[in-house]
Write a protein that binds this ligand. Structure first.
Ligand code: GLC
Length: 621
C-alpha cells in the first residue's frame, strides 16, 4: 500500500456522500467520492450522472447550453470551448462552466454573460474616474467572480490569470494556493463564505495525495502549489464523465520547486475563516485538526539544522524561481511563525498532541528571538557589523555567524535611512542577504514576528524609501535587483528575472493587501491609502497585470499575465479593509505575553549584550 494511503487523515467515508462536505454542497447529480485511480494514486473525483455528462458533451461540441440554474453562452463559453476543441474531452476543462445548486445568488448571476471589463481612465488632475457606471472596484469584483473555478458544481477557488487573449496559458489556468489567499479573504470580507470553506476542505484532501518525482516522495503534510479541475471520461462508461482534482506539488512546476508556503498559507486562511465567520466547526473537524498537525509535523521535524528557522530550497515560496533565496528566507520564516501562532490558537487540546504543542511553543520562542535579534538591520546594526571581529571561536561570540564586514554592500551604506530599518532577506553561516524582501517584512509585522518597535521602523523605512520601493506602482517584491555578474551567477542567467523585472526587483500589485494589513495593524492606514491611490491610477487601464518592470515600475512586466487574479483580489482586499479596518484582525496576531517573557529571558542571556557574563538563563514555555 502506498504511504499516502496509510496516513489519509479522514476515514474516507467521512468525506464521501455521508460526509460533512457532501452535506454542504453535493447534490444528487454530483456524487463525490474518493477512490483509488491506480494502486499508487488517489484522486478526488466527482462522478457526473446523466444530466451532468450531457452538459460536458455539449461543451465539448462547442455549443452553448442552458441548465435549470443558469445560462452560459457567449464570450465566456467560447474561451472554454476553444480549450475543449483544441485538446479533446480528456483534456482539462475549466469547470467554471458548471452551475451549482448551492451557489450564492450573486455568484450565480455573475455566471451570465458579462460585458468586457470596463477600464477606468485618468482625469486631467490624475485622479481616477470610472468609465460608464462602473467603478474600478465593481470591475474588480466582476473579474474576480469570472475567475472562480467550480468543482462538482461548487466554487472551490480562483484561477491564477484569466486573460481571454493570452495564447500561452502554462499553469496560470490552475488554482494556486498562495494566489487564492487574497481571493479568499476578499470573499470572506464580502460575506461569501462557501468558496473559502470549500477551498479549505478540498485542498485538505489533496494534502494526502501521493506525490513523487523520479521515485522520491517528499514528507507527508505538504500542500500542493496548485491544482486544476479535469473532466475525464469515466472508466468503462463512455456515457459518463467525471471531474478530477489534479494537484501539482512541484513535480510538474517549472524548476520542480516544492511549495513550502502552501500549507502555511492554508493554516492562516483557516484561522481567518473562523475569525471572520464565527464558524469554528471547520477548524474543529477531526480531519482539519489532523491536517494542521501534519503540516506542523513536517515543519517541526528534526533535521541537521542549527537554527530555529526553516531550511528550504530556492523558489519555495512566492519567489518560485532561482533568486538566491535558498537557506532561511525571511518570507518563509514569517509565514512559518504566523502559521505556528494561528495553529496554536486552533489546535484542540487532546492527549496525543501535548508533545507537538510543546515543540510548537519552543519553536515560536526560538524563532521569534532569532529573527528579531539576527535579521534586524538599521543604521546602528550596520555600524556594528562594520566593526565586527571575525573568526571568533567561542560560545559567547558576538559575530556568531562569522560575517565579514566586507559583505556590507555599497548600495546599502547610503541607502539605509537614519530612521527606520528592516529584516534582512536571509541569514546563513558567513552570509547575510542584505536585500529587502517586502512580503517577509510585511508579514512579520502582521504576525508580530517583528516587535512593535521594529514593525514601526519597517513602516518608517517604507515611507522613507517610497521612491524606490513603490514609485509608480506598489510594491517591489525585493530591493535592489541583482545585476551583471551577480545576476548571471545567482539567477543562473534567468531571462525572466533580468534586473528590475519579475522577481528580481519587479513590482507586484498583489502585495498591496499585505501592505494594507500591516499598516492598519500599526495604526498607519494612510500608508496603504497612498498606495491604493497609485494603483487606481493605472491598474485597470493596464488590465490588471501580474507585475511591473523597471526601477520605478513604469512598464507592464515583460512577460506579465494580464487579468492576474491576485492583483485584482489584492486591490479588493485593500479597499475592503480600508473601509472596515477592524476586519484586519482576522489576519493579524498580537504579541503574546508568554512569548515576550521568554524572549526577554533570551535577550538578557545573549552574549552580544552580556559579553564576559557566563551565566545563561534557561527558559521554559
Ligand atoms: C508565478 C509567481 C508565483 C505565483 C504564480 C501564479 O509563478 O512567481 O508566486 O503563485 O506565478 O500566479
Amino acid at each position: 500500500m502506498a504511504a499516502s494511503e496509510t496516513v489519509l487523515r479522514v476515514p474516507l467515508g467521512s468525506l464521501s456522500p455521508s460526509c460533512n462536505l457532501a452535506s454542504s454542497f453535493v447534490n444528487s447529480a454530483h456524487i463525490l467520492s474518493f477512490k483509488p485511480v491506480s494502486r499508487t494514486k488517489r484522486s478526488l473525483r466527482c462522478t457526473n450522472s446523466d444530466e451532468f455528462s450531457r452538459v460536458s458533451k455539449t461543451v465539448a461540441r462547442g455549443k452553448s447550453f442552458h441548465t435549470p440554474n443558469c445560462a452560459l453562452k457567449g464570450k465566456k463559453l467560447v474561451s472554454t470551448i476553444c480549450k475543449c476543441q483544441k485538446h479533446d474531452v480528456e483534456e482539462n476543462i475549466r469547470s467554471t462552466l458548471l452551475p451549482s445548486e448551492g451557489l450564492s445568488s450573486e455568484l450565480k448571476s455573475d455566471l451570465d454573460e458579462k460585458p468586457l471589463p470596463v477600464n477606468g481612465s485618468l482625469s486631467s488632475n490624475g485622479n481616477v474616474q470610472s468609465v460608464g457606471s462602473k467603478s474600478i472596484e465593481d470591475e474588480a469584483w466582476d473579474l474576480l467572480r469570472q475567475s472562480v473555478v467550480f468543482y462538482c458544481g461548487s466554487p472551490i477557488g480562483t484561477i491564477a490569470a484569466n486573460d481571454p487573449n493570452s495564447t500561452s496559458v502554462l499553469n496560470y489556468d490552475q488554482v494556486f494556493i498562495r494566489d487564492f489567499i487574497p481571493s479568499g479573504i476578499a470573499f470572506l470580507l464580502k460575506g461569501e463564505y462557501d468558496i473559502v470553506r470549500n477551498f479549505i476542505l478540498y485542498t485538505l484532501q489533496l494534502q494526502s495525495w501521493e506525490k513523487t518525482m523520479d521515485c522520491h516522495s517528499p514528507g507527508q503534510g505538504l500542500m500542493p502549489a496548485s491544482f486544476k479541475v479535469k473532466v475525464v471520461p469515466l472508466d468503462g462508461d463512455d456515457s459518463m464523465t467525471e471531474e478530477v482534482l489534479d494537484p501539482d506539488f512541484g513535480e510538474a512546476a517549472i524548476g520542480r520547486v516544492a511549495p513550502v508556503d502552501s500549507g502555511l498559507w492554508w493554516i492562516i486562511l483557516l484561522r481567518a475563516y473562523g475569525k471572520c465567520t464565527g464558524d469554528l466547526s471547520v477548524q474543529e473537524r477531526v480531519d482539519v485538526q489532523t491536517g494542521i498537525k501534519m503540516i506542523l509535523k513536517l515543519c517541526l521535524a528534526d533535521g541537521f539544522d542549527m537554527f530555529p528557522t526553516l531550511l528550504v530550497t530556492d523558489g519555495s515560496c512566492m519567489i518560485d524561481r532561482r533568486m538566491g533565496i535558498h537557506g532561511h528566507p525571511l518570507e518563509i520564516q514569517a509565514l512559518f511563525y504566523s502559521a505556528l501562532v494561528c495553529a496554536r490558537e486552533m489546535l484542540t487540546p487532546e492527549d496525543g498532541s501535548a508533545d507537538l504543542i510543546r515543540a510548537l511553543n519552543n519553536r515560536l520562542v526560538a524563532l521569534n528571538f532569532h529573527i528579531r535579534e539576527y535579521y534586524w538591520l538599521d543604521l546602528k546594526k550596520i555600524n556594528e557589523i562594520y566593526r565586527y571581529q571575525t573568526e571568533e571561536y567561542s560560545y559567547d561570540a558576538v559575530n556568531k555567524f562569522n560575517i565579514y564586514p566586507d559583505q556590507i554592500p555599497s548600495w546599502l551604506v547610503d541607502f539605509m535611512p537614519n530612521r527606520g530599518g528592516y529584516l534582512i532577506g536571509n541569514l546563513q553561516p558567513a552570509h547575510m542577504d542584505f536585500r529587502f524582501f517586502s512580503l517577509g517584512n510585511l508579514w512579520s509585522i502582521v504576525s508580530s514576528l517583528a516587535s512593535n518597535e521594529q514593525s514601526h521602523a519597517i513602516l518608517d523605512f517604507v515611507e522613507a524609501k517610497w521612491a524606490e520601493l513603490v514609485a509608480d506602482m506598489p510594491f517591489k517584491i525585493c530591493y535592489p535587483a541583482l545585476e551583471g555578474e551577480e545576476w548571471r551567477i545567482i539567477t543562473g542567467s534567468d531571462p525572466k528575472n533580468t534586473p528590475w523585472s519579475y522577481h528580481n526587483g519587479g513590482a507586484w500589485p498583489t502585495l498591496l493587501w499585505q501592505l494594507t494589513v500591516a499598516s492598519i495593524k500599526m495604526g498607519r492606514p494612510e500608508i496603504a491609502e497612498k498606495a491604493v491611490e497609485l494603483v487606481e491610477r493605472r491598474i485597470s487601464i493596464d488590465k490588471w497585470p501580474e507585475y511591473y518592470d523597471t526601477k520605478r515600475a513604469r512598464f507592464i512586466g515583460k512577460q506579465a499575465r494580464l487579468y492576474q487574479t491576485w492583483s485584482i483580489a489584492g486591490y479588493l482586499v485593500a479597499k475592503l479593509l480600508l473601509a472596515n479596518p477592524a476586519a484586519a484582525k482576522f489576519l493579524t496576531s498580537e504579541e503574546d505575553s508568554d512569548l515576550t517573557n521568554a524572549f526577554s529571558c533570551m535577550i538578557s542571556a545573549n552574549p552580544r549584550r552580556t559579553r564576559g557574563r557566563k551565566k545563561s538563563q534557561p527558559f521554559i514555555v
